[in-house]
Design a protein around this ligand. Structure first.
Ligand SMILES: Cc1ncc(COP(=O)(O)O)c(C=O)c1O
Length: 403
């Protein structure tokens, strides 16, 4: 699909702010939603709304919609439908998984996380330090490149390591991590392997068989869907782990990893979001399609453009290394919030701060970062607008700051 066709699917892109069309660069925090996703959710609520497992049509339709969404999510990541469970968001579902795993470990057992990660994939495991006496070790981030120090990670792994929990890609700086190396390290010490693919899923195909992980989580609202978390867990683990649950709840996989009544309209939206991803030619089903090419072009345009502006520092790896089109930068003499506010005045919506990847910001020694991320609806023209605005904001002289 051509980008202009893609854009017509998103009602939010008609928004005007200060007389200008809004350019959304906040996709890494949550993408805009196409009409088809909202329609699927409204259709569920208006036509099929019921609780599950009863003997009348709307309840049976609800069961079928949930089963269909598990199948769609499974297809999205090359898993089986009975390996997919849903939760409020990635953090909640991972927290739930952590409590289940923690029950199988003993005091002194170890989990490895990394300094590059979103803290949803750090704090969830750290909670086990207090609850279970588990020791959490963090692999360092290489400051110059914002990549994980794999030698350090390998040195941390040993006979006490029960799990390595790592991001597929950094939501702060866009680094795509070398999951194959992490898998090898995990296998070499007999540890389980968890991947936080929340930032990877909107940009790269996710294949749990190829990644060869035991667990992987994504959030649909990062790939044009509703606010809902999805967990893949290997069948045998999903069947056997002691998930905390209340008595009448089902004890069969995959429901045993879920609690209470699900966000059923959100689940209906997951199917539509996965279908939308497939139609875009991004994501699991169609790697390297036309949208992939746009992303590569935009990545170079943003990287080279930001690099060319004086007093702007860009963090992370260049486009020649594995990365997503998500860029973090600072402007000398301005806080990240000041820059984000100045961009917002020009109808350019970009996030600022640490994006819950607090150790990245701490390691870089900055107050905060401005983050500009491309999505399938981003145009080259919007990137040019962003670059001109950053130029203007950084020079304070109407934009003659580019080297
Ligand atoms: C890489 C990454 N992991 C985890 C999360 C947390 O996801 P959720 O908001 O679904 O809990 C985010 C959200 O920004 C993220 O970007």
């Amino acid at each position: 699909m051509h980008v202009h066709e893609i854009r017509r699917c998103f009602p939010a892109l008609t928004r005007i702010h200060n007389g200008l069309p809004v350019a959304y660069f906040d996709g890494p925090g949550g993408t805009q939603v196409p009409q088809v996703v909202a329609d699927a959710m409204a259709d569920y609520l208006f036509q099929h709304n019921a609780n599950t497992h009863w003997a009348y049509p709307t309840s049976e339709e609800t069961d079928a919609i949930i089963a269909g969404a598990r199948k769609a999510a499974a297809g999205f990541m090359n898993a089986r439908a009975d390996e997919i469970s849903f939760g409020a968001n990635m953090t909640t579902i991972t927290f739930h998984l952590a409590r289940a795993l923690g029950r199988t470990w003993k005091k002194g057992d170890e989990v490895i996380v990394t300094d590059l990660d979103h803290h949803a994939n750090v704090a969830t495991w750290r909670a086990l330090e207090i609850d279970r006496g588990i020791v959490v070790r963090a692999a360092r981030m290489i400051r110059e490149t914002c990549q994980i120090d794999m030698d350090h990670l390998a040195r941390l792994a040993g006979s006490k390591t029960r799990l390595i929990a790592i991001g597929g890609a950094s939501n702060a700086v866009g680094t795509i991590n070398d999951l194959a190396t992490v898998r090898k390290i995990a296998k070499s010490v007999g540890a389980l392997f968890f991947v936080d693919a929340v930032h990877l899923a909107p940009h790269e195909p996710i294949d749990v068989q190829a990644i060869d992980c035991d667990f992987l989580s994504v959030s649909a609202y990062k790939f044009y869907g509703p606010h809902i978390g999805i967990l893949f867990a290997r069948k045998d683990l999903l069947e056997s782990l002691p998930f905390p649950k209340l008595d009448p709840a089902p004890d069969s996989a995959p429901e045993r990893a879920e609690t209470g009544t699900q966000n059923q309209e959100g689940i209906a939206g997951v199917t539509a979001a996965v279908q939308f991803m497939t139609s875009l030619g991004v994501g699991a089903a169609v790697p390297g399609g036309p949208a992939g090419e746009d992303a590569r072009r935009h990545t170079s345009l943003l990287w080279n453009g930001l690099k060319s502006i004086k007093r702007v520092r860009v963090y992370g790896v260049p486009p020649s290394e594995p990365r997503t089109p998500t860029f973090a930068f600072t402007v000398d003499g301005k806080t990240s919030e000041e820059v984000a506010r100045a961009l917002a005045k020009r109808a350019i919506f970009a996030s600022h701060g640490d994006f819950y990847a607090a150790t990245v910001v701490r390691t870089l020694g900055v107050e905060g970062l401005v983050r500009a991320g491309c999505a399938a609806y981003t145009t080259g023209e919007e990137i040019e607008r962003l670059l001109a605005a950053v130029d203007e904001v950084s020079s304070g002289n109407g934009g003659r700051n580019r080297k």
